[in-house]
Design a protein around this ligand. Structure first.
Ligand code: FAD
Length: 593
């Protein structure tokens, strides 16, 4: 079954960025179509947002009148914190636009119906000089943009995994995908495309991210000729549970040592507060890249907890103070977070006496598709917005800035793609390309029982990602990872198939895994090769043999491009508009001389 869907603008991804892009495009008089792997409002990372959305505190005070906002803040200070937090690898032109547009993002959410009282508190996270996190939990903001998408009559195609972009005459002219519920092949013909597919965190076995996020958008953009930058910087969140098993990889806002004013102490098995060796002044109140590297060092060097983490303790606080710390938080968020009944596993009483066991997990993607401030990629007709874009966060993201990013950059991508679409002529797709992509997509199903199941290979890949391309990286480990990726690409990928008897076309997970696996391999290869090239440690890319940040030689973007079917890497200077980087090599984490 083949279905062709005609549209003026195709938006791939339905959440913070995708929905914002479609809403904005519709406001500019273009009729967009959203296509999404899941269901709008219920897939991707946006619905899982803990709560903070960053805007400079002065605007939160003057424009939004939020409790806890601090008028001493400014957009310039917010800009500086982002650049220092990103270890000077951010594209400063993008950061300027981000801080400038941040209040518009919050206003848009309120206009679409996000509950204002929810927002009437501001969180202060590490790396921010002032409290900037307007409180917007994912489940409270998704209904707002879903309503607005409906109000604007945007067509939404759900449960459809886009597998590749269509190109003709050097332009992107649509995409193809698989209807996950029926197995139908879908062709989207469009004047322009916005990619808003979020990150690739599912490449790692320990992740806070939902299952749609297997890096498909990076892979399809790369195959269509788009450049990507800084892919060696997937971000790891330090505060997820490793125990009890029911909570593994769940990030719980109230234990985060790096978000909110509430701080636990991180201890190793000797009871040492090991952050004193990494950030003696700020200790746990430092940025999440540094906390993750410090934690993982303890774990790998044998000073961790029994279940593979470190300890987070609150026993230094008086017992009644621990109770008070929860008062400002919505009990739904503190104790019933993300549908987990946390209180079943961790009681307040227990928390006063016993440490929790926590470790880092992959949480966000700092690198991504290279865009201009007008959200264009280097391929005409292709735009990108939200977590899938690179350049905003540099080498590390500050808490609360991704919620802002998906709305700010979704809106921008929608606006500029709509302007492009309204002037562009609709081109046909190439039949030969469509046929080839359809055959590629159906092969694992048609080869039922004859090839290799993707299920164990996916687990193998995730193990490889964690052990060799995880928080701490060595030259040898990265080289081993690259040769293993090469081997899987050559020997296994061409033979991927569903198992005998598993030929259902209705949400066949094995078939979906077979389509996702080459994307995951491609993205992991970008991370590993980029990390190997970068002979320094900066933000979320820590090289054990090169523990310093080499500001004079490595304040550079790694640019990835497909050239004659080969993955190529080059470096380019980072765009600096206001804040020059340090001029010397500095210890990991330091941002001033
Ligand atoms: C647990 C958790 C908590 C977080 N908390 C915060 C927070 O408190 N503050 C903050 O600032 N940030 C937070 N973040 C980060 C933030 O949620 C994300 O960066 C942001 O929501 C990304 O929005 P997005 O629209 O770009 O992508 P997503 O929300 O991830 O949406 C991606 C969309 O792309 C679709 N998609 C993917 N692949 C395909 C495909 N092949 N075909 C079709 N559709 C596809 C998905 O179905 C989905 O619709 C958190 C992240 C997680 C995982």
């Amino acid at each position: 079954l083949v279905e062709v869907i005609e549209t003026e603008l195709l938006v791939i991804g339905s959440e913070g960025a995708g929905a914002s892009a479609a809403i904005e495009a519709a406001r500019h008089g273009v009729e967009p179509t959203i296509v999404t792997k899941g269901r709008i409002g219920h897939c991707g990372a946006t619905v899982t947002i803990d709560g903070d959305l960053d805007v400079d505190s002065r605007s939160l005070h003057d424009q939004f009148h939020l409790k806890g906002a601090d008028p001493r803040d400014s957009k310039a200070k917010f800009f500086e914190d982002m650049v220092r937090g990103g270890k000077f690898l951010n594209n400063q032109r993008i950061v300027e636009t981000h801080v400038e547009d941040a209040p518009k993002a919050l206003q848009a959410l309120i206009d679409w119906g996000a509950p204002y009282p929810e927002l009437n508190r501001v969180m202060h996270a590490s790396g921010h000089t002032y409290a900037r996190g307007a409180w917007c939990p994912g489940p409270k903001i998704t209904p707002a943009y879903v309503n607005e998408v409906r109000k604007q009559n945007v067509k939404v195609v759900e449960d459809t995994m886009v597998t590749d972009l269509l190109t003709n005459e050097g332009r992107v002219v649509g995409a193809v995908g698989l209807d996950l519920l029926t197995g139908a092949f879908r062709i989207f013909r469009s004047k322009a495309v916005v990619i808003a597919t979020g990150g690739g965190m599912r490449i790692y076995p320990y992740t806070t991210a939902p299952e749609e996020l297997s890096g498909d958008g990076f892979a399809m953009a790369y195959r269509a000729g788009a450049e990507l930058i800084n892919m060696e910087f997937p971000m790891f969140l330090p505060g997820v549970f490793v125990w009890p098993p029911g909570l593994t990889s769940v990030d719980i806002p109230f234990i985060l040592s790096t978000a909110g004013e509430f701080q636990g102490w991180m201890l190793n098995r000797n009871g040492e507060r090991f952050m004193s060796r990494w950030a003696p002044k700020t200790m746990e109140w430092t940025t999440r890249d540094i906390c993750s590297v410090a934690m993982m060092t303890e774990i790998l060097e044998g000073r961790g907890s029994p279940h593979g983490g470190i300890y987070v303790s609150f026993s230094h606080l008086p017992k009644n103070l621990v109770d008070h710390l929860f008062d400002w938080m919505d009990p739904e968020i503190a104790w019933k977070y993300g549908g987990f009944d946390v209180e079943k596993y961790v009681s307040k009483e227990g928390l006063r006496e016993n440490a929790l066991e926590a470790a880092p997990a992959c949480h966000y993607w700092n690198g991504g598709i290279r865009i201009t401030v007008n959200s264009e990629t280097n391929v005409p007709g292709l735009f990108a917005g939200g977590e899938v874009q690179g350049g905003t966060m540099g080498a590390n993201r500050l808490s609360g800035n991704a919620a802002t990013e998906c709305i700010v950059w979704g809106l921008r991508a929608g606006r500029f793609a709509a302007e492009y679409s309204s002037k562009a002529k609709k081109l046909d797709y190439r039949e030969s390309q469509v046929k080839e992509l359809q055959a590629k997509l159906r092969k694992p199903l048609e080869d039922e029982g004859k090839g290799i199941s993707p299920v164990p290979i996916r687990l193998e890949l995730q193990k490889l990602a964690w052990e060799k391309v995880g928080v701490l990286r060595t030259t040898e480990g990265l080289q081993q990872a690259i040769s293993e990726i090469e081997r899987i690409k050559k020997e296994t990928v061409p033979k991927l198939s569903v198992s005998a008897g598993n030929s259902s076309t209705t949400y066949n997970k094995e078939w979906i895994h077979a389509i996702e696996l080459p994307n995951m391999l491609l993205v992991l290869e970008m991370v590993a090769r980029g990390a190997l090239m970068r002979e320094e440690s900066r933000g979320a890319c820590y090289r054990r043999e090169y523990p310093e940040t080499d500001y004079p030689n490595w304040t550079k973007e790694t640019v990835i491009a497909k050239v004659r079917d080969q993955m190529t890497f080059r470096t380019e200077p980072v765009t600096i508009t206001k804040l020059p980087p340090p001029t010397k090599k500095l210890p990991y984490g330091a941002t001033s001389e």
